[in-house]
Design a protein around this ligand. Sequence first.
Ligand code: LMR
Length: 328
Amino acid sequence: AVTAVALVLAAQSATAQGDACSDGEIVVKFAHVTNSDRHPKGIAASLLAERVNAEMDGTMCMEVYPNSTLYNDDQVLEAMLQGDVQLAAPSLSKFETFTKQFRIFDLPFMFKNIDAVDAFQTSEAGEAMKSSMERRGLMGLEFWHNGMKQFSANVPLIEPGDAAGLKFRVQPSDVLVAQMEALDASPQPMAFSEVYGALQTGVVDGQENTWSNIYGQKFFEVQDGTTETNHGVLDYLVVASVDWLDSLDADVRDQFLTILEEVTMERNAAVGEVDAEARAAILEAGGEIVELTAEQREAWVEAMKPVWEQFEGDVGADNIAAAQDINA
Ligand code: LMR
């Protein structure tokens, strides 16, 4: 069984966090790209491993590989289909090659806050999205929250025009590419693990991300400041392969999925706290945060919202209407 000491030792001495698996246990490798502390995904992944290793000891054993130590997000889903990794939680922007349904989450200013995102995800339409990739061999298990995105750059960003002509790293999503083009900026899709170096060396000028990612990756250290736009959402889908899920005995699968659901409820409910702590930690570490007036923020809304029309066909006018009803 895992102990706190074993967890700490594993984290320090190797890339994987978790129990040393014994013979006969089903090994579950969970690969992700963020840090483990003070991060919504990192904390949830560690808690999931801790509970699986304690409660399913002898049956199942989970190893967590944070910080892109096993795979980048652009490799992990293919690796999952090959059976090389069993669990991942890429952001919803990273499923483009499998489904276009999640594009609704990337549309700027679609959701006013994480509570609205939660209400949409737990609606019938949101629940149905989890199985949208079943034909492609992937099953969505739970949505995990991170938070709302902010813009940072190597110059102050007050008006949308301040982003014009700058290069921004984006996640590999056509919606995010279109969003940056609407600002006359140049979008540069890039793996998460490469962003800090790209900002530091000036390969890109700016990026968009949540407080926990800006803090965890120390982006604020190599940016002029971060502007609190809350213009979009960054959330995750915990996924497994259909083949792997089918390979589990029903009682084992049920126990695992129940633990996952409980961890999801616990950590999603606490996400606001983790987000606020990361924001405060940036300020404490000397990072600059720019707050916009309502009028200044409205100018960003006007510049970026036309992107909705470009993707209405992919995401469905009914889904957009449902999201807007939730915001109201
Ligand atoms: C990013 O690539 O910016 C994020 O998806 C990373 C993450 O997993 O939060």
